[in-house]
Design a protein around this ligand. Sequence first.
Ligand SMILES: [Cu+2]
Length: 119
Amino acid sequence: MWCALVIGCAPPPEREIVIAMTEYGFVPPTIEVRTAERVRLVVRNIGRLEHDFMPDDRGRALGLSHVHLGPGGNASNDWTAPTEPAEIRVICTVVGHETLGMVGRLAVHPRASPPPGSP
Ligand SMILES: [Cu+2]
């Protein structure tokens, strides 16, 4: 939290989250992080077609990157979750893929209530 006040301060990620893209979905379909958590988002295309990871307007405003990958590609971006809870929708913008179910969700949970299923 204190770090947000310091311009250019980039602490190392607390956690690495791998998101696989395939025909036609994101695995896992829901990414759960906590407020202000610093994560490394690793996006991998494990499918046979090109895919992309496109956060909605809110997500992009919060600094999430749009990632476009060919088969076998991967990209990693460090990201700091916002200090307020948020729900971000992620889709693949390759024509037809969203309709075929290529939709994901990134949920930012308050620190006080850990995401369901966490230890
Ligand atoms: Cu796709």
